[in-house]
Write a protein that binds this ligand. Structure first.
Ligand SMILES: NC(=O)c1ccc[n+]([C@@H]2O[C@H](COP(=O)([O-])OP(=O)(O)OC[C@H]3O[C@@H](n4cnc5c(N)ncnc54)[C@H](OP(=O)(O)O)[C@@H]3O)[C@@H](O)[C@H]2O)c1
Length: 436
């Protein structure tokens, strides 16, 4: 795409070698992104996988015979400035899965703007995203480049389900939204069970503990530009890490796993950016999410205990991030003691044996209640995320008409909009408004 002038639609004029490149395809998440693309792309689609270990990349491809399309290989190391430059120069869209991102990620934002390459990742380090917005949002908007972090399970389904509900309220009733609550549930489907978290996800938490110097973890307005009413937005959307019985779903709920601090700022940024495109989330809009606990325990008592435990862990983390450094060090050491290394994670065989649902409960400023839901196939973190981000990359590689708010350091709802829903369905996530 983008070398030379982007035209009115932000479509790229000069052909680069690859329409799409996946960096980090050999990781826990990346493997399934590769497989989804290799299965679905036509044979003549020009794409590549990039990484630091050529033998591992070749093995990944040869171990997957059911492919329609075979990628090229690009040697790339995220710590090597020249290889990052060469990589980004040669693709229309980069899917960056070699996270966590805060340590070496800034170069990607800088180079994607320079070479006019759309960028997508699945990061959750809000302090880092905040910094990237402050430094690069304006330049990326002007150059019509899309820089989209948080494009996995967190936060694509949550952000888009919220957009769907808000658009419905406005379209069907001409009412604005006052409140959205989403309750998630993970479901076991029998078969192989494996609850382990990946080394990449642990790395994200370690990065937050080491690098969040602006308390973004606790600031739900952290991805908004400084504005007079951010204080009120903060108060309305403050996360209270607690276990509670939720009457709407008739179950105990606790904080969303694994990153309860991520969707809220993303959805609030969508609300801010989309208001510039005439989509009004409502003057007093608030968003919250939580999770039922049947994935962790069968009995109601066990679920209550699991919710309390999850709330406690998140409360301690929240206090640590707001407080003195030594407390953060304690949690980091606790994470280290788990012995989870980069590349570790749940077994690939276990990933299809988890599904998840999102149930949305909304209320308009005139007291109308609405409901929506998303049903999704596959482990949220390491299978659903992989497919979602693959489809996001393909969507960005298409020559779509895009509204101006799509460009810059943006969110799923702004970069993708409801036009993305058919592709989301191909990634296994189906959304709909519900009748009462
Ligand atoms: N938003 C969400 O819903 C969501 C869900 C899941 C994961 N995540 C995030 O996704 C990220 C990745 O997680 P993961 O579990 O897939 O991690 P992982 O298994 O550790 O994979 C990391 C990938 O990065 C590559 N890599 C590491 N260092 C590199 C370097 N110097 N140069 C080039 N490539 C390098 C690795 O290559 P090698 O194979 O050569 O080591 C591997 O392909 C994490 O930040 C995690 O938090 C987000």
């Amino acid at each position: 795409m983008l070398v030379g002038d982007a035209n009115q639609r932000g479509v790229v004029q000069l052909l680069k070698t690859y329409r799409l490149v996946v960096l980090g395809a050999t990781g826990v998440t990346g493997q399934n992104t590769f497989r989804h693309l290799a299965e679905h792309l036509p044979a003549d689609f020009s794409w590549a996988i990039a990484g630091r270990n050529p033998d591992k990349m070749k093995k990944l491809v040869s171990d997957f015979p059911d492919r329609n399309s075979t990628p090229a290989y690009i040697p790339a190391d995220i710590v090597d400035r020249d290889s990052v430059d060469a990589l980004i120069k040669n693709c229309d869209v980069l899917i960056h899965l070699a996270g966590p991102y805060a340590t070496h990620g800034e170069l990607f934002f800088e180079k994607c703007i320079e070479h006019r390459t759309h960028y997508v990742d699945i990061g959750g380090e809000t302090f880092f995203i905040k910094r990237m917005i402050e430094k690069y949002h304006q330049a990326a908007s002007e150059k019509k480049v899309i820089l989209l972090p948080t494009a996995g399970y967190e936060s694509v389904p949550f952000d888009l389900l919220t957009l769907l509900a808000i658009t419905h309220l406005e379209g069907a009733y001409q009412e604005h939204c006052e409140k959205i609550k989403i309750v998630t549930s993970f479901h076991r489907l029998g078969g192989v069970r494996d609850n382990r978290i990946s080394g990449g996800s642990i790395g994200t938490m370690r990065n937050i503990l080491a690098g969040d110097d602006c308390n973004a973890f606790n600031d739900m307005a952290c991805l908004l530009p400084p504005k007079a009413d951010n204080g009120r937005v903060r108060d309305r959307n403050k996360i209270r890490y607690a276990a509670r019985y939720d009457e709407d779903v008739q179950a105990f709920t606790g904080p969303l796993q694994p990153a309860p601090f991520l969707n809220v700022p993303v959805v609030l940024r969508s609300a801010h950016l989309l208001s510039q495109a005439g989509i009004d989330y409502g003057a007093n809009f608030s968003y919250s999410d939580s999770m039922t606990m049947e994935f962790y325990a069968d009995s109601p008592e066990g679920q209550q205990r699991a919710a309390k435990r999850s709330a406690r862990i998140n409360r301690i983390t929240s206090i640590a991030l707001a407080g003195p450094r030594p407390l953060r060090g304690l949690i980091r050491r606790r994470l280290d003691s788990l012995g989870v290394e980069p590349g570790d994670g749940p077994s690939q065989e276990s990933l299809p044996f988890v599904d998840y649902t999102l149930r949305l409960f909304g209320e308009s400023d005139r007291g109308r209640s609405i409901r929506a839901q998303a049903r999704a196939k596959g482990h949220p973190g390491y299978l659903s995320t992989s497919k979602i981000v693959a489809e996001v990359g393909l969507f960005l590689a298409e020559e779509n008409t895009r509204p101006p708010v799509s460009f810059g350091v943006v969110t799923p709802a702004t970069a993708l909009g409801l036009e993305f829903l058919p592709r989301l369905e191909r990634a296994g996530v189906k959304m709909e408004m519900c009748d009462y």
